[in-house]
Design a protein around this ligand. Structure first.
Ligand code: NCD
Length: 300
């Protein structure tokens, strides 16, 4: 049984094909079929974009989806994720989209589930579909949509890398596809997941020089450990050194990406809402197509 728990679950060839399909020939909507297996969406953490785009993608692919969040399901009574998936499967779900909390490692379900699982965010571990939709958005903006040209560019990913499952999936994806991605964060958020040869710096300006675009990440306070402090002082310090504003990007003409949700006024200045080279909503639109392709690929 194939699952998408990590970006390393897809071959380079498959990644390039999925990107091509989702950008160049997004799958057309299908007629909703009561006999196509339903998609069970189990979310143990809040979500806006990932949840709605997967639900819409399932619908476009002719499948009904059913959503269970922790609060409105028996997960809140202590029922396990395994039991939840078994019950959904007994009702006809033939595939799952799961967002796991940090306490549950999706990889532990690898040999358990008889239906494919797509990782919709796994604690602080990985978020492969976000990295894949980001990749498709970048590739779409590359001259001639050439992989070779994309490999010659430099991209930057900046923010709270330590707690970011998006950054972790990106480290693996950049390594697999030989994309030049420079990781930037304050020293205390230097991630432990970087692979050999990957660049990290705490100097944002140095990293932005010569770059084609930048992916900005949210400060994920909800994931901070009890020993990690985030007071007024740390916020001011982060904003002054790492916030992207029109001034920081002046004359650089960089593409701007962010997986959302944005903390406006923290990692992005409010004025960046109308930044001409912002791809924030292009990412969201691409997310619908990439997730349609992924559902079609994994749920046969
Ligand atoms: C990200 C996530 O949930 O990991 N958001 C998303 O899926 N669009 C990033 C974040 O929460 O900051």
């Amino acid at each position: 049984m194939r699952h998408l728990l990590s970006v390393s679950d897809l071959s380079i060839d498959e990644i390039e094909k999925l990107v091509f399909e989702s950008v160049v020939s997004p799958l057309p909507p299908r007629v909703l079929s009561p006999v196509a297996g339903s998609v069970g969406m189990v979310f143990m953490e809040a979500s806006t974009r990932t949840r709605s785009s997967f639900a819409l993608a399932a619908y476009r692919m002719g499948r009904h989806s059913i959503y269970l969040g922790t609060q409105e399901s028996s997960l809140s009574k202590g029922e396990t994720l395994e039991d939840t998936l078994d019950n959904l499967q007994a009702m006809g779900c033939s595939g799952f989209v799961v967002r796991a909390s940090q306490q549950v490692d999706l990889h532990s379900l690898k040999n358990y589930s008889k239906a494919p699982i797509l990782n919709a965010g796994d604690g602080m571990r990985e978020h492969p579909t976000q990295a894949l939709l980001d990749l498709a958005t970048m590739w779409n903006k590359t001259a001639e949509r050439s992989w070779e040209k994309l490999r010659q560019q430099k991209w930057v990913i900046v923010g709270d890398l330590k707690h970011s499952r998006v950054a972790h999936s990106w480290a693996i994806l950049a390594d697999r596809l030989s994309i030049n991605l420079c990781f930037v964060s304050p020293e205390e958020w230097k991630p432990s997941f970087l692979l050999s040869g990957q660049q990290w710096t705490s100097d944002l300006n140095e990293a932005l020089s010569g770059a084609t675009g930048v992916i900005v990440l949210r400060v994920q306070k909800e994931r901070f450990g009890s020993d990690e402090e985030w007071g007024e002082g740390s916020l001011k310090n982060f904003v002054s050194k790492y916030q992207l504003s029109k001034k920081v990007l002046s004359k650089k003409e960089l593409f701007l990406m962010h997986p959302g949700p944005v903390n406006w006024g923290v990692e992005l200045a409010l004025e960046m809402k109308n930044y001409e080279r912002s791809l924030l909503l292009a990412q969201v639109e691409q997310g619908l197509h990439m997730r349609s392709s992924l559902l079609n690929f994994f749920f046969r």
